[in-house]
Design a protein around this ligand. Structure first.
Ligand code: SAH
Ligand code: SF4
Ligand code: F3S
Length: 439
């Protein structure tokens, strides 16, 4: 058999890209992954277009490969992901060294595209094909896995928030059939996975086909709950308007569903929410959080915020701060608005850059204070931790609690993949530490 060729994949952006990169590596038979671009025969950049900075990274990274291409004429370079979808052939014009461009819905065609690039032609595919890439991709399990895995169940978005590129880069919203999701989940569990995070840009809009008609995300979660050997289920990212009653109830009733919910609101101002086309008010969001907490009182809520959206006034920003005060988040991502070509908001006048920067600093300070308060309150409590890997100190292991806090424990009896009870003793800025709980 021929020596396998070497594949280097660099992944940017969201968890769906992480999942896709794993599938691309599996689809490219005859390749094995390498940890550095230096000895690669094929370099793939799996890119993100969500903010300007994310998209720019692609071109600076490509610049670094110039010398590799000069040294190794057989090296092929490909761009995948959301920049590939958004910019298409333009990437090859801007960077002549790029041999292959493939959009997120066409990864099952990667072997053909690679062969075309190998033959010396430029290979481009940014279609939204009829057939689902998953039908071809998810069936090639490789070796044993770590204890946690992502599983994409829904992709694309029909919501068209005024700032967001996702509906254009990932296309219309589609859900995978229930059976294929359950098969893939069973396959992961057979390879050692104990925790699965279901992924989708709008994962709670999931409506997968089954022999008994369409199934909701909550129904899918209940079906996964029956898989022996699977201990934990998570899902991300959810939209407030798709938080259905059965999903809220599952948060309280489904034993394997973890008490952590990422539910972005973006802004606390009704005027801004309207301009963003989010189709709900701040009051409706707060009421929703109350209902979720009634179902599962200890749930940790996380979110995303955009500050400096076009037209955002001081009062609008004050409303965002007030919403944050009321919700009390455990963990959040917050961003300065970045204008994206082709989105409705791109036409609108920007907020002054200094004002936006100052608002972001104030918001992040408040979010950090809340994150620390919730972490500090864990001290003295017992949590369950799924251990994922060795820590930096000798004998130390790191895992995640139910609430997705990173937890460090030094104890020789712990192995990767163990699920153990831990008593929290310390809270550090971004993690917790404790000891195994005995008895
Ligand atoms: N589907 C998810 C979010 C996907 S993008 C949702 O509906 O919440 C992840 C986050 O990036 C968003 O929640 C938003 O906070 C941020 N984001 C998206 N577009 C942005 C833009 N143009 N500028 C700044 N942040 C943006
Ligand atoms: Fe983007 Fe809005 Fe869709 Fe989320 S819901 S992916 S923010 S358009
Ligand atoms: Fe980025 Fe595309 Fe994900 S734009 S956030 S990689 S869906």
């Amino acid at each position: 058999m021929a020596e396998p060729k070497k594949l280097y994949i660099k992944t940017y952006g969201c968890q769906m890209n992480v999942y896709d990169s794993e599938r691309m590596a599996e689809a490219l038979e005859g390749y094995e992954e390498t940890a550095t671009p230096d000895d690669a025969d094929l370099i793939l950049l799996n890119t993100c277009h969500i903010r300007e900075k994310a998209a720019e990274k692609v071109y600076s990274e490509l610049g670094r490969y110039k010398h590799l291409k000069a040294e190794n004429p057989d090296l092929k370079i490909g761009v995948a992901g959301c920049v590939a979808q958004a910019e298409g052939a333009e990437i090859m014009r801007r960077q002549q060294m790029v041999d292959l461009v493939v959009g997120p819905q066409s990864y099952h065609r990667l072997p053909e595209l690679e062969a075309k690039a190998r033959s010396g032609a430029k290979a481009l595919d940014t279609d939204f094909p009829e057939e689902l890439k998953f039908d071809h991709l998810a069936k090639r399990p490789k070796a044993k896995r770590g204890p946690t895995a992502f599983l994409t169940v829904q992709e694309g978005c029909d919501k068209f928030c005024a700032f967001c590129v996702v509906p254009y880069t990932r296309g219309a919203e589609v859900s995978r059939p229930v059976d294929t999701v359950l098969d893939e989940a069973r396959g992961l569990v057979e390879r050692g996975v104990r925790e699965i995070t279901l992924l989708g840009q709008n994962v709670n809009a999931y409506h997968g086909a089954s022999a008994d008609g369409e199934r909701s995300l909550a129904q899918l979660i209940w079906a996964l709950n029956d898989i022996d050997g699977l201990d934990r289920i998570r899902f991300t990212t959810s939209h407030p308007n798709d938080m259905s009653d059965d999903l809220i109830a599952a948060q309280g009733e489904c034993e394997k569903l973890m008490p952590y919910l990422h539910l972005p609101v973006q802004s606390g101002s009704n005027a801004v929410l309207k301009k963003m086309n989010r189709k709900h008010t701040a009051e409706q969001y707060i009421r929703l959080i109350e209902r979720i907490r009634a179902a599962r009182p200890d749930i940790l809520i996380s979110g995303d915020f955009i500050v400096g959206f076009p037209g955002e006034t001081d009062q609008d920003f004050a409303d965002t701060m007030a919403l944050v005060e009321e919700v009390r988040y455990g963990q959040c991502y917050s961003f300065k608005y970045s204008s994206r070509p082709g989105t409705p908001a791109a036409e609108r006048a920007l907020v002054d850059a200094d004002v936006a920067r100052e608002r972001l600093t104030r918001l992040q300070r408040l979010l950090t204070t809340q994150q620390h308060a919730i972490q500090d309150a864990m001290v003295g409590r017992e949590v369950s931790v799924l251990f994922e890997r060795a820590g930096r100190l000798p004998g130390q292991m790191v895992g995640k609690s139910e609430y997705l806090h990173a937890v460090h424990v030094s104890d020789d009896s712990i192995s990767t993949g163990d699920l153990r009870r831990v008593r929290i003793a310390q809270s550090a800025p971004n993690s917790l530490a404790g000891e195994l709980a005995h008895g």
